[in-house]
Each structure stands twice: as structure tokens, then as C-alpha cells.
Design a protein around this ligand. Sequence first.
Ligand code: 5GP
Ligand code: ZN
Length: 106
Amino acid sequence: MKDCLFCQIAGDKSKLVWENAIAAAFPDINPKAPVHVLLVPKKHIESLDHLEDPTLGGQLLEAVAACARSLGIGGGYRVQINVGRTGGQIIDHLHIHIMGGQRFRD
Ligand code: 5GP
Ligand code: ZN
């Protein structure tokens, strides 16, 4: 989608730290952990509530694990999806936060 920030970033290979056929990952601009990337479907999907394809849902989770491994945090990381304004979502393109490189205690 032309006006979507995360569609634009996902389409710019120079900004990506990992990608496969269906997903792309790039560093969060305001990292909350030593490693903090956002993994997005390459197809524009507004939020988890708009994900209608369970196959794609599974592929995205598989992509999260593959991305984490490739970033060197496989085996210990945190995954977060914010849904809607109430859930803290500020960018309306489904994104999965992958955070690692530290021990989480809360
Ligand atoms: P949300 O609150 O929607 O789940 O998370 C949006 C995330 O996008 C935030 O963690 C924020 O730091 C990140 N973000 C916002 N604008 C940009 C940007 O222009 N580039 C990148 N890489 N991350 C962004
Ligand atoms: Zn988008």
C-alpha cells in the first residue's frame, strides 16, 4: 500500500535485516532491547484482527523463529503483537516485535 510506512520499509531491501518470500524484518527505530526488530508480512494487512489466512499466520510464526535464529537470539527472545489503538498499535500494518539480547524479568 503506497501510503503505508511499513509497506515502504518492507519494499526497501537496504533497510531489512532478514526476509523470506512472505515476510521482512527491520530494526525498530526506538529499540526496547539490545535486539529489537519488527517482522511484517510483505502483503499489507492492517492488524492481527485482519489476518484471514491461517496458513500465512503459521508462516509468520515460522518466520519469527527463523529471523530470531539468524539474528543470533534463537532460544531466548520475546515476541509481542499490539492490536488496535487499545492494544498499543500505532502503525496500521501488522507487525511482530521480536526482542532479545537481554534477560526479561517481567
Ligand atoms: P506498535 O506500537 O504499533 O506495536 O509499534 C510500532 C513500532 O514501530 C514502535 O516500536 C516504533 O518504535 C516503531 N516505529 C515507528 N516509526 C518507525 C519508523 O519510521 N521506522 C522504524 N524502523 N520503526 C518505527
Ligand atoms: Zn502496509
